[in-house]
Write a protein that binds this ligand. Structure first.
Ligand code: ADP
Ligand code: ZN
Length: 733
């Protein structure tokens, strides 16, 4: 009896197990581990991922219909990593792999068209062609050991006829290849400024080198205050890894917002054999696919990207850098809700590499791990060249009241004035875009709420729109109040748009610009604002938390925070941590050059430890207070959480389903606590009513046991109610 080739396949569908399929003879050559397939599932045909091949019995197995890739999209050693990740988050393996692969090719069979072009290589044939032009072309191609048509077109006008002749005469061979599109290749590279590492940087680098040499998993926390030169440590650590023949993966919170960082990497490694692949959110699907395949072919030594770059098919990463590891954007907010920092640790563990977590304000959980010895600790306590951290003052808004409708207290207005007089730059943070967070009728109290979400609509004056910042519902603000037909509808509070307007009235001669999601929606707009800041064409930059992120503007000497209270008062146990991190981060933008900086934070809670500690650059003090709160409430790192969110159009149905689910969970709870059901803080979102059940336990095991019961409990949830499982939730709204 003859055996057959059997493939293990994870299908991109919510299934618990991988499936077996028969590989038909015609597909034996193409079916390699790591390619996508089209396979039958029930009466449908779905995309699957080939995880393994073995000879075996084919009885009862269905056949693979089609192999979708010419080459694997991930190396076989990533499969155990996918399996562990799927297991940890209680998510179907096929869906995990689908999330891991670049968007566009991972969907249900839609194909990215691959562009091809001709590629000319010199044939092993002596002798020279007749024409001078042909000789010139041939020399050019020989020098490069082959060249694609697009490159030849750039170097020669209309080379087609000559190429054709050269092929005919046997001087060249012609082949079709996939075109490799990399828009970053054409962008200018900034100059690299080599520096001598400070004593602290040198100590951190020495520890990283030891870890690299050990060849075993080494998780490290690089805790460096703002402006302490963390990037320089990343660059040199990666150099060390490359020298040892390893590769490097660099994760940043939001690649589009970090042009300066990417520029520094390119400056350091361009032309040194360390090919960099940047997985940029501005890439088209095709470009992303190209970059992905190039990485899978082993053509990149360094991969930089946001959250999803974690899954880049880089062979054997020797170092994984997670910059700003505390950032909430590392957590995927839908579908497969992984945390890129936590999975970076897992991947590093499985690859036997260094995982370097960098932050000025590490997550409380991360710092706790460092203190308990689970992470190596590398401190950079001072700024480079002994520059001082900026002086931070808290402005008590209950005393220093802004006049009338103004957003600026007298001290902040005066500080801005002084900065402008000195010809220096200022940054102003107001973490709310739009003109005003809501409109209110002063006569009858009417407000304008989103019909789909339980929040007010934000007023955008420039576009004359009321917009929901969650679902993007848009309305035109009415001329008269729909409640009382009066004309007393007024914008309440301020967003960045209003602040920008107030500043231009207050300082008519100043050059003012705004950086938020509205002004940076266009491709290249963010980059252009950064460049204008660096060229000192802007005096005051107003913006949301975007202005706090990683910029190095040496001429900024004043940072103002217009309101620190909104983030402090969110109903989330991490609100103090987030506020502390944001304030420390934005304060860190001041005084990075030779002139010292000053920071003013306006607040109604000047006694809150998140503010006093941020003002005192006191991470340790903040941590001590915060960890005590966490311990008292069994929150992370003292407890583990899983958030279950049920959502549906019909509220009573959602409530009933939630009650039944909570009941079932309660019975199986063991050591885990089942809290709720309770309405989510955002009780209505995009038209759905939302209810949550929080699972909490001192260890992971009871939670995993409880999650194992979910597939069975899920069956009782009626259609029309969706259940989302969020392990280690970050956003609890
Ligand atoms: P961080 O990321 O810690 O906020 P950066 O890495 O952006 O800090 O460094 C801040 C500035 O200091 C950069 O302009 C960088 O080029 C410079 N720098 C870094 N290390 C040194 C050093 N050893 N000596 C002098 N300048 C340095
Ligand atoms: Zn809405």
């Amino acid at each position: 009896m003859s055996t057959s080739l059997i493939a293990t396949v994870a299908v991109a569908a919510p299934l618990d197990k991988a499936l077996s399929y028969l590989v038909p003879h015609a597909l034996r050559e193409q079916a390699r581990v790591g390619v996508r397939l089209r396979v039958p599932l029930g009466r449908r045909s779905v995309v699957g991922y080939l995880l393994g091949l073995a000879e075996g019995e084919s009885a009862g197995l269905k056949e693979i219909k089609e192999v979708l890739d010419e080459a694997p999209l991930f190396p076989p050693e990533m499969i155990p990593f996918f399996v562990r990740a799927a297991d940890y988050y209680g998510h179907p393996l096929g869906e995990v792999i689908r999330t891991a692969l670049p968007a566009g090719l991972s969907g249900r069979g839609e194909e990215v068209s691959i562009r091809r072009e001709n590629y000319y290589t010199p044939a092993a044939m002596a002798g020279e062609p007749a024409g001078a032009r042909q000789r010139e072309l041939l020399a050019f191609i020989r020098e490069r050991n082959g060249a694609p048509l697009s490159e030849l077109r750039r170097a020669f006008t209309a080379p087609h006829a000559s190429l054709h002749r050269l092929v005919e005469q046997g001087h060249l061979t012609e082949a079709e290849v996939e075109v490799h599109r990399d828009p970053f290749l054409d962008a200018p590279v900034p100059a690299d400024c080599p520096v001598t590492p400070s004593a602290e940087q040198a100590a951190a680098l020495a520890a990283i080198s030891v870890a690299l040499d050990s060849g075993s998993f080494s998780p490290l926390l690089l805790h460096g205050v703002t402006g302490s030169g963390k990037t320089e440590v990343y660059l040199r650590a990666i150099e060390n890894a490359l020298e040892r023949g390893r590769t490097a993966l660099v994760l940043v919170p939001e690649i589009a917002l970090t042009p300066q960082l990417v520029g520094r990497f390119r400056a350091r490694f361009a032309g040194r054999g360390g090919r960099i692949a940047v997985l940029h959110s501005g890439l088209s699907e095709g470009e992303r696919y190209d970059a992905w395949r190039a990485i899978a072919r082993g053509e990149a030594a360094i991969v930089i990207g946001a959250r999803s770059a974690l899954f880049a098919p880089l062979p054997a990463p020797g170092i994984i850098v997670v910059d700003e590891e505390h950032e909430a954007s590392y957590k995927q907010a839908e579908g497969f809700r992984y945390h890129a920092r936590d999975l970076a640790l897992l991947r590093g563990q499985m690859a036997g590499g260094v995982v370097l977590l960098g932050s000025a304000t590490p997550a409380v959980t991360t710092y706790h791990r460092a203190r308990s010895g689970q992470l190596g600790y590398l401190p950079l306590a001072g700024r480079v060249e002994g520059r001082p951290l900026p002086a931070v003052e808290l402005v008590d808004l209950r005393e220093a009241r802004p006049e009338g409708d103004s957003s600026l207290s007298p001290p902040l207005a005066a500080a801005l004035e002084e900065t402008l007089v000195r010809g220096e730059q200022a940054l102003l943070l107001l973490n709310r875009r739009g003109f005003a967070p809501f409109l209110l009728c002063a006569d009858c109290g009417t407000t304008f709420r989103c019909p789909n979400c339980a929040i007010t609509l934000t007023f955008h004056r420039g576009r004359r729109q009321l917009r929901c910042h969650y679902c993007d519902h848009i309305e035109t603000p009415p001329e008269l109040c729909p409640g009382c037909r009066g004309s007393a509808v007024e914008p309440q509070g301020a967003g960045t748009e209003r602040l920008e307007e107030e500043l231009s009235t207050l300082f008519p001669a100043a050059r003012i610009a705004r950086m938020d999601r509205d002004t940076t929606a266009r491709k290249g707009a963010h980059q252009s604002l950064v460049e204008r800041m660096l060229r000192e064409e802007i005096d005051i930059l107003v913006g949301t938390q975007m202005v706090a992120k990683g910029h190095d503007f040496p001429r900024v000497t004043l940072v103002g925070v217009v309101g620190a209270d909104s983030s402090l008062n969110l109903p989330d146990f991490r609100s103090a941590e987030r506020t502390f991190a944001l304030l420390s981060q934005v304060a860190g933008r001041a005084g990075r050059g030779e002139t010292p900086g000053r920071v003013l934070i306006q607040t109604y809670s000047p006694d809150h430890y998140a503010l006093t500690c941020a003002a005192g650059h006191d991470y340790e003090g903040f941590y001590q207070q915060e960890i005590a709160c966490r311990q008292a409430l069994d929150y992370p790192p003292f407890g583990y959480l899983v958030n279950l969110v049920l959502a549906g159009n019909e509220e009573p149905k959602v409530l009933r389903a939630a009650a039944a689910l909570a009941d079932g969970l309660q019975r199986a709870a063991g050591e885990a606590e089942v809290l709720g059901p309770a309405p989510c803080p955002l009780a209505r979102l995009r038209g759905k009513s939302r209810v949550q059940i929080l699972l909490k336990a001192p260890e992971r095991l009871p939670l995993r046991r409880l999650l194992a019961r979910l597939p069975e409990l899920r069956k009782k949830i009626p259609s029309g109610v969706a259940l989302v499982v969020d392990v280690d939730p970050v956003d609890m709204l």
